[in-house]
Design a protein around this ligand. Structure first.
Ligand code: GDP
Ligand code: MG
Length: 331
């Protein structure tokens, strides 16, 4: 039984790899840097995604990916989008030589842009209860590597975390102390708005570790992820006070924290300039674990609906929510 309604795909279009478009939609910039370097909300763009006739009244599931540049966020999100739009069918990855479209990935040689993109076409999914929900994917990017930019872009990450029901925090190889520091920084922004009574609790945080190197110590997927997470967030007696407080803060900010370990995707993905996203060039093991991750996120029984306090948000509510949060943060 197909529970996820896929967007019809025109048969003939031959896309180029890493293109910011796919048969079923395109990546819409929502939060964009202005010429003066301020982050501007494009409210019309936000409305164009969330106020579509068949979407606006539905409860919304928003999965966002955030983290440093060039760590495979957009590539992963494009794979997740493909899974979602193809209803998680057995052949969701497509033909071995089918390039991957979706969120623009591999933009390495261009200038890095900071901001938030949403996929223009939410996927409608029917829950086991019969209720329909709209699943929205969001790509978020900030400049973690630049010290001053870290503080500025805390806004981007706080907004992303506050808007999403699942915030994926993409990190490379391991969860380092600096990853936690960044997280603490932007979750402080979030706590501020919560303190102002805007009902903005974070929901689920999922650390996604890329290129995990030690599967013999902690296996790929959630089981190993739990193990790594325990080591990162636990503070055994003797832990430095500052570190202990930081860990506690991160724990307190989210109602739910998970971790998932992904294998290396293979040499073609990581290094080849010829790589266009064809499944034949991606390690099978990587695709297997992406599929398992997609199931964890998108199986109807696993979908996490966006809430503000105890209240379920519809796509239309989310527009108001976003505009309010943006107003608080930009001021
Ligand atoms: P983003 O800036 O985080 O959105 O990164 P992109 O998705 O644009 O990918 C940047 C580069 O990393 C591309 O050349 C991808 O082929 C490559 N890449 C994608 N996923 C992975 C991964 O899991 N590991 C490694 N090592 N490279 C990856
Ligand atoms: Mg990207």
């Amino acid at each position: 039984e197909r529970r996820i309604s896929a967007t019809p795909r025109p048969a003939s279009k031959k896309p180029t790899a890493g293109e910011a478009a796919g048969a079923g939609g395109r990546a819409v910039p929502i939060l964009v840097p202005s010429a003066e370097g301020r982050l501007e909300l494009d409210e019309a763009a936000l409305r164009s995604v969330l106020l579509q006739d068949d979407v606006r009244h539905l409860p919304v599931v928003l999965v966002a990916v955030a983290g440093a540049f060039r760590k495979g966020k957009s590539f992963l999100l494009s794979l997740l989008l493909r899974y979602l739009e193809r209803g998680g069918a057995a052949d969701w990855t497509g033909a071995p030589d089918e390039p991957l479209t979706g969120f623009a990935w591999r933009s390495g040689r261009q200038r890095h842009t900071v901001g938030i993109h949403m996929w223009s076409r939410p996927t409608l999914v029917r829950l086991p209860s019969g209720e329909q929900v709209a699943v929205v994917l969001m790509d978020t990017q900030g400049a973690f590597d630049d010290r001053t930019a870290v503080a500025e872009n805390a806004t981007v990450f706080a907004l992303s975390a506050l808007m999403s029901s699942v915030q994926i925090y993409n990190v490379s190889r391991d969860i380092g102390t600096s990853d936690l520091q960044h997280l603490q920084l932007f979750s402080e922004f979030g706590s501020l708005t919560a303190a102002e009574g805007h009902g903005t609790a974070f929901q689920r945080l999922l650390f996604l570790v890329r290129d995990w190197q030690s599967p013999s110590e902690a296996p790929y997927g959630t089981v190993g992820g739990q193990k790594v997470l325990r080591e990162v967030l636990d503070s055994p007696p003797g832990t430095h006070e500052e570190l202990r407080q930081m860990r506690q803060h991160v724990r307190r900010c989210f109602s739910d924290i998970d971790c998932y370990l992904l294998p290396h995707p293979g040499k073609m993905v990581a290094t080849s300039s010829e790589f266009t996203g064809c499944p034949r060039d991606i390690d099978d093991e990587f695709l297997l674990y992406v599929e398992r991750l997609a199931r964890l996120l998108f199986r109807p029984e696993h979908l996490l609906i966006k809430k503000s306090g105890d209240e379920t948000l519809t796509a239309a509510d989310l527009v108001t929510h976003f505009v309010t949060l943006y107003g608080v943060m930009a001021s």
